[in-house]
Design a binder for this molecule. Structure first.
Ligand SMILES: [Zn+2]
Length: 398
């Protein structure tokens, strides 16, 4: 028999439920709410006083509950760290894409168990902070064997796996980038496609140009993968237009956009995923979320968690920076970190607390979701349910 649990006494519930959302209530907020979960699903939401009888009951004590964060952009299969590079950069040295090669060397040298253990540790770290869905990219192997093994390891821990063989040109192909693109679109893709849902490319000066990026994405599409693109991070470029043209689920970074880029994102089905951890950690200018939102684009926030340019797993940190420095309201930032991420992964079962959704719940030690930006750096996560299972904290909330 399936066990049912009611979380009652929720002071403020963020549902992102379309049937409750309006111009005046963009997050579908319900005050004095309850949520009932059964198995791995949400089966009921509404006024706490009207909650049906259930097997178990948890009293939220007037605190806020929201959907688990959806982190739609992370690079978590790697070994080593680059703290010294970060310290050097913060002492005045500019960031270039070449630092990725440091992590490539460490990742190739690591065992499967080390990589799997590191990934599990980072996913647990994210979960402790309220994140219940994480996309994981390859991209630190850059050989057929090492890219396939990264995706095999990732696929055991998340369904959202992304083939990023085109992260940078592998060092062995420094003088033959065309040869590397042929590898990425040929034997490497053959080995990786069975373990991946998405295909991604770093379309940027110093990485892959428009023609190369197009070749990578189209080859992935031909193998059943859906594109997403690292676009317009370090400067203006063709990435956003290519992403929209190819029907990519997301264009990620979107830091340097022309008016035409903004129009393309506003008019297409491609989500603009903003990654403020990268600008924070490279001391770069932040993307202008306000401009995208005002144009009507769908915006997601994500961590870009990786050891080089954004070693944070904290979605709450991204929310706080987006509110402080990217022109987002607290409501918009919370929505982008939950529903926006779900849209970027083309998922309708996460990023929302509504009947039928996966029971991914994030209880805060705060009366409302506003505190995520209002109290930056404070660990506000009180409890997390992932697919109906209480995963944080132990022991149970009173
Ligand atoms: Zn990235």
């Amino acid at each position: 028999m399936t066990v049912s649990t009611a979380v009652t006494g929720i002071g403020s519930l963020v549902t992102n439920d379309p049937s409750l959302m309006s111009a005046d209530n963009p997050l579908g907020l319900v005050p004095d709410a309850a949520v009932v979960i059964e198995g791995d699903r949400v089966v009921w939401t509404g006024a706490s006083s009207k909650a049906p009888t259930t097997d178990n009951r948890v009293d939220a004590g007037g605190r806020a509950l929201l959907p688990g964060f959806v982190d739609s952009h992370a690079h978590l299969v790697f070994a080593g760290d680059r703290a010294a590079e970060f310290a050097a950069r913060m002492s005045g040295r500019p960031y270039g894409a070449g630092g990725i090669r440091t992590t490539v060397a460490a990742t190739r040298a690591a065992s499967d168990d080390e990589l799997a253990g590191n990934l599990a540790r980072l996913l647990a770290e994210a979960r402790r902070q309220g994140t219940t869905t994480v996309e994981v990219k390859s991209g630190y192997g850059l050989t057929v064997h090492d890219e396939a093994r990264a995706l095999r390891i990732a696929a055991r821990q998340t369904p959202e796996t992304t083939y990023l063989g085109a992260h940078v040109v592998a060092p062995e192909f420094a003088d033959d980038p065309a040869g590397y693109v042929a590898l990425v679109t040929g034997p490497m893709l053959d080995a990786c496609a069975p373990h991946a849902r998405w295909v991604d490319v770093f379309c940027e000066r110093g990485a892959f140009d428009a023609d190369q990026a197009r070749a990578v994405l189209e080859a992935g599409v031909a193998r059943g993968l859906t594109p997403r693109v690292h676009a317009n991070q370090l400067g203006p470029g063709p990435g956003v237009q290519l992403a929209v043209e190819l029907g990519a689920a997301s264009a990620d970074h979107c830091t340097h956009l022309t008016d035409a880029d903004v129009d393309a994102l506003a008019g297409g089905g491609t989500v603009a995923t903003l990654l403020p951890g990268a600008e924070f950690s490279t001391r770069a200018v932040y993307p202008d979320a306000r401009r995208l939102l005002d144009a009507g684009a769908t915006v997601a926030l994500s961590t870009d968690c990786n050891p080089g340019s954004s070693y944070t797993s904290s979605m709450a940190f991204c929310v706080a920076v987006a509110v402080r420095d990217m022109g987002m309201s607290p409501d918009e930032a919370v929505r982008a970190a939950t529903l926006g991420g779900a849209r970027a992964l083309r998922r309708s079962d996460v990023g929302t607390v509504a009947p039928g959704a996966r029971a991914d719940l994030h209880l805060l030690d705060a009366p409302t979701h506003l505190h995520l930006a209002y109290r930056p750096g404070v660990p506000l996560t009180a409890a997390v349910w992932q697919a109906g299972e209480r995963v944080r904290p132990e022991p149970a909330v009173a």
